[in-house]
Design a protein around this ligand. Structure first.
Ligand SMILES: C[S@@+](CC[C@H](N)C(=O)[O-])C[C@H]1O[C@@H](n2cnc3c(N)ncnc32)[C@H](O)[C@@H]1O
Length: 276
């Protein structure tokens, strides 16, 4: 399959999940994951009273925490289903349809903080991922930060398929069997689309029962990708919310929460393109 055909197929699996009727139900919650909570506590001064962009906001799980504290809060999602729900659920919040890979609706240097929770950036092809990074860098002010979660290629179980979890409780076992069957069926359909490249892999996993492909990369690769986009990693949290030093073993965590800061100055490859 060519790169373009692969990207189109990957996008089709994503659209089927996030643009389906009722897709918001799965995300209509108001808790934070431990890594998000740790990150928001530590970087509170970077978003309190500041201008915040919440990308791939879904049903507004993070809106509950960011909107009341921000000076300006903008929520975007590419799925009309998610945006329509958020507008109904939180009419006072600015929620718009927009694509992470094309943030032209916002001026350059418009935000102090961007948030892209729950692996939104992993839904893209390699090229689109780099585009999303440079877009976010463009809309951040110098010194502004982006906090986002991304799958970890060094996770010990990154390449495994579905497995049946045993339970002595008959109701839990029945539910586990149903999940296993859904996962096994999707895995049969989607696993042939998996891609293992030099610096990353596109893998289907437990998320959505193996139905969509997610981008997996190591911390080293993500750091280098961000660096090229003019964003410097300043912190990385594991799933439990522990801050990990560079080089520390991270094979226990399926995803990592990155905090990266926009570097001052121009980045000719991005800024010149935008000026044209
Ligand atoms: C895993 S959900 C996370 C939702 C929310 N951030 C949360 O943590 O509850 C991914 C979200 O990204 C959105 N999304 C997918 N592709 C996108 C894109 N290209 N631009 C903006 N949002 C996108 C989906 O519609 C979905 O709402």
């Amino acid at each position: 399959m060519t790169g373009g055909a692969m990207a189109a197929t990957q996008q089709a699996t994503i659209d089927a999940v996030y643009q389906a009727r009722g897709a918001y139900r799965r995300y209509a919650a108001n808790f934070l994951y431990p890594a998000e909570a740790a990150c928001l506590l530590k970087y509170q001064p970077r978003f309190c009273g500041r201008d915040v962009l919440d990308i791939g906001v879904g049903a507004g799980r993070t809106t509950h925490y960011l909107a009341p504290l921000a000076r300006r809060y903008e929520a975007i999602d590419y799925s009309p289903v998610m945006v329509a729900y958020l507008k109904r659920a939180m009419p006072g919040v600015s929620a718009r349809e927009a694509d992470f890979r094309d943030l032209r609706m916002f001026d350059a240097d418009a935000f102090d903080c961007a948030f892209a929770s729950d692996n939104v950036i992993d839904l893209f092809s390699h090229q689109d991922r780099l585009r999303a990074m440079s877009e976010v860098r463009r809309v951040l002010r110098p010194g502004g930060i982006i906090a986002f979660c991304a799958h970890n290629l060094r996770y010990g179980r990154a390449f495994s398929g579905p497995r049946l979890e045993w339970s002595s409780n008959p109701a839990s076992l029945a539910s586990n069997c149903a999940k296993f069957l859904a996962g096994a069926w999707n895995h049969l359909r989607v696993a042939r689309l998996r891609l293992i490249a030099e610096e990353y892999a596109l893998l289907n996993d437990q998320g959505h029962f193996y139905a969509c492909l997610h981008y997996y990369a190591s911390r080293k690769t993500v750091t280098a990708q961000l660096e090229k986009s003019g964003l410097r990693v300043i912190d990385v949290f594991d799933r439990a919310g522990h801050s990990l030093e560079e080089g520390e073993d991270d094979s226990h965590t399926p995803h990592l929460m990155y905090v990266a800061e926009r570097q001052p100055g121009r980045l000719s490859c991005i800024d010149d393109q935008r000026a044209q």
